[in-house]
Ligand binder design. Structure first.
Ligand code: SF4
Ligand code: SF4
Length: 205
C-alpha cells in the first residue's frame, strides 16, 4: 500500500474507532458543529450544478481531458475525513477502506469509482477546484457568476482559514485532545498554518 493510501486508511480507522466510543450526545454535538458548513457545501453544489456541470461534462466525461481527480493530486484534511465518516454509512466507509487496500495504481485518484467520487462529502480542496478551462469558459465571461464564486470562496475561508477559530481546526483539536495523531492534521502540523494561527493568537489557551 502506498504511503498516501496508508495515511488515508489510518485516519479513517482512527476516526471510526474514536466515534464508536463516543456517547450519542457527543456525536450529536459534533454533527451540530458541522451544520453551517454543510449548508455552505449545499450552496457550492447548487452553484456548480447550475453553472459548471455542462462544461465539466463536455470537457472531462466526453473529451477525457480532466485536470480533476488525478492520482494523489489532492491532500485531504483530517476534518474532511471526520465529516465524511460521520455522514457515511458503515458500508460506505468499508468500501473506501477496501478501495484503498485493493488499489493497484493508475493515473486516477484512488477514490474515483465508476460512478464518481466515493466520498459522501468530498474533500474541500476537490470541491473548490476549478480548472483554467472552467474558469475561462464560465466565470470570465459572466461577471455576476464570477462574483458569486468569489463570495463562496470567501465563505470557505470562514471554515478553513485559521486566522480565527474555524471548524477544520476545531475538529482536529477534538481528536488531538483525545490523544490521537495523524499526518493529515495539517492545522496542527503545517508550519504555514501554525504561523498563521500564532500570528492571530488562535489556539492559545
Ligand atoms: S473543473 Fe475542469 S478539469 Fe474539473 S471536471 Fe470541470 S472541466 Fe474538468
Ligand atoms: S477525492 Fe473524489 S473528488 Fe477528490 S480527487 Fe479524488 S475522486 Fe476526485
Amino acid at each position: 500500500m502506498s504511503t498516501y493510501n496508508h495515511r488515508q486508511t489510518e485516519a479513517i480507522l482512527l476516526v471510526r474507532r474514536h466515534l464508536a466510543g463516543l456517547s450519542g450526545n457527543e456525536v450529536s454535538r459534533l454533527k451540530q458543529s458541522m451544520a453551517p458548513y454543510l449548508g455552505f457545501r449545499d450552496e457550492v453544489s447548487s452553484f456548480q450544478a447550475e453553472t459548471l456541470a455542462g462544461v465539466c461534462t463536455v470537457r472531462c466525461f466526453h473529451d477525457r481531458t480532466s485536470a480533476c481527480c488525478g492520482r494523489e493530486g489532492i491532500f485531504t484534511f483530517f476534518a474532511d475525513v471526520v465529516m465524511n465518516v460521520l455522514l457515511s454509512t458503515g458500508e460506505q466507509s468499508d468500501r473506501i477502506l477496501e478501495t484503498l487496500e485493493e488499489d493497484t495504481g493508475g493515473p486516477d485518484c484512488v477514490y474515483l469509482g465508476d460512478t464518481g467520487c466515493l466520498w459522501r462529502l468530498k474533500p474541500i480542496i476537490c470541491e473548490m477546484f476549478l480548472c483554467g478551462h472552467a474558469r475561462e469558459s464560465v466565470l470570465e465571461k459572466n461577471e455576476p457568476l464570477a462574483k458569486r464564486w468569489e463570495g463562496l470562496r470567501r465563505r470557505e475561508k470562514l471554515f478553513t482559514l485559521p486566522d480565527r477559530p474555524v471548524l477544520f481546526d476545531d475538529l482536529e483539536s477534538f481528536f488531538l485532545e483525545a490523544g490521537m495523531e495523524s499526518p493529515l492534521m495539517y492545522f496542527h502540523r503545517s508550519p504555514g498554518l501554525l504561523r498563521l494561527k500564532a500570528k492571530h493568537g488562535v489556539g492559545r489557551k
